[in-house]
Design a protein around this ligand. Structure first.
Ligand code: MLZ
Length: 448
């Protein structure tokens, strides 16, 4: 798998330094390792770090060896890496805590020097790495079956089996994709285990969502994921969404709204409720571009960040994508509703709560390209609107930008890939990251 290819690591430390930009704080990412521990990590903490000046520096924290008065030997260090320890670790593990060679010429009595420096010093919590390992624990293993969106037809789900798990991200193989489909690259799907697109077996039937009938005739081949004893996933293995009451006032078929286009995640479009499912789920179609057979409808939960009330874009200075044939200069929601004889979905049905997240424009992060969800890429927060973040992929044209929720499980702090062993996609081309053309046809992908 691509994940195992060992490429020279992307140097986040110098990239951040060069751009003069900040990484989004770990505490912004609730699903990320060590999020809950991050209050205990701050500038001035002392740690024990592998004493080597030969390996290339790692990221996330800029460390200074005790004994150096200036920044000449500072090193970028990923605090999640196994080589960084709380003070006292060496003593407990009978390791020598020695100064870098160069320090010895300045500091004669290292032992008492160190004692002085460490009195009253703060360090990482003792259970830092234990917490780290705990947070990387994943309830999924190879062979577990799930229901997940069918990337060849986004209106329906499809049975898939977990192949690989990295950092809580799942590589899923459609069980009836067969060998032909794998050539078309539509036979697998990557998502975080907390993704709203993945569900337990039986979910589609429970909420009334379409699911592709599994074609039992298709040979699964000799792939290890299919050689495991099949095990169906259960509801407890998935994130529980907020309960919505579908009482007298809920979304109704035909109501208009604004929605993130699932196939062009940088666009917020004029859209309609096409179908109301159970448990607070609805099917949404993008006005004016629907194929007509419902195969391009997309399932969103009522609490989703991706559906917004009529007027949201205008109120927040976001360009609204309007149906073809309409003119931006003259489009008005009020006229459109009259013309189409439809109602706007009531504002109170939407979950546009301000979450008070800590993201700010310019912050760097590692984000999944949801159009090619295998790829975790170097990205920048471009805009923050309510709970939405507009992400830009460094080095790629703005047409690749994507709106995501500030609590999306598909965005990670700088250094996450290194900690989990996931391959990070560096910005393409040299800096400054601008004006890079995508390879191939220059068109956007047609499917997820
Ligand atoms: N194969 C695609 C990759 C695009 C990935 C962009 N990620 C931000 C292309 O080159 O078009």
């Amino acid at each position: 798998s691509v994940q195992n290819v060992s490429l020279p690591g992307f140097d986040w430390g110098s990239y951040l330094e060069k751009s003069g930009l900040l990484a989004a704080p770990v505490s912004c990412f609730r699903h990320a390792p060590l999020c809950a521990q991050w209050d205990d990590v701050y500038v001035g903490l002392k740690v024990e770090v592998l004493n080597t000046r030969t390996t290339s520096p790692r990221y996330m924290a800029l460390l200074r060896y005790e004994g150096f008065e200036d920044d000449t030997h500072d090193l970028w260090c990923n605090l999640g890496s196994a080589d960084v320890h709380p003070i006292g670790w060496c003593a407990v593990n009978s390791k020598l805590l020695v100064p870098p060679q160069e320090v010895q010429q300045y500091v004669k009595d290292w032992k008492s020097y160190l004692m002085n420096r460490l009195v009253g010093a703060h360090t990482l919590p003792v259970d830092f790495h234990i917490k780290m390992a705990e947070s990387l624990h994943c309830p999924f293993r190879q062979g577990v079956r799930v229901e997940v969106v069918d990337r060849s037809q986004v209106c329906r789900n499809r049975l898939a089996v977990v192949d690989t798990v990295i950092g809580g991200r799942l590589r899923l193989l459609y069980v009836d994709a067969g060998l032909k489909a794998s050539a078309e690259m539509l036979s697998d799907f990557w998502c975080h285990m907390q993704s709203p697109l993945v569900h337990h077996v039986g979910w589609s039937e429970t909420v009334g969502h379409l699911i592709k009938e599994t074609d039992m005739k298709v040979k699964t081949g000799n792939h290890p994921a299919f050689r495991q004893i099949p095990e169906n996933s259960i509801p407890e293995q998935f994130l529980k969404l907020r309960t919505v009451y579908m009482g007298a006032t809920f979304f109704e078929e035909g109501m208009k709204l604004e929605a993130i286009d699932p196939l062009n995640l940088g666009n917020i479009c004029v859209a309609s409720v096409r179908k109301v499912l159970l448990d607070g789920y609805i099917m949404v179609g993008i006005d004016g571009v629907e194929i007509g057979d419902g195969s391009d409808w997309f399932c969103y939960h009522a609490s989703s960040h991706a559906i917004l009330p009529v007027g949201y874009c205008e109120n927040n200075q976001i360009p609204l994508t309007i149906p073809p044939g309409y003119d931006h200069a003259t489009f008005s929601w009020q006229k459109y509703l009259e013309e189409t004889g439809s109602l706007a979905a009531p504002r109170r049905l939407f979950n546009t709560d301000e979450l008070g997240h800590g993201f700010r424009p310019g912050m760097k992060l590692e984000a999944v390209d949801l159009m090619e969800p295998r790829l975790v890429c170097v990205a920048t927060v471009q805009r923050c609107v309510g709970r939405l973040l507009l992400l830009h992929f460094d080095g790629w044209e703005p047409e690749f930008d994507q709106w995501v929720d500030c609590q999306s499980p598909e965005i990670y702090p700088v250094g996450w890939c290194e900690i989990t062993g996931y391959q990070l996609q560096p910005p393409i081309g040299p800096e400054p990251p601008q004006g890079q053309k995508r390879t191939g046809t220059g068109k956007k992908p047609k499917h997820l």
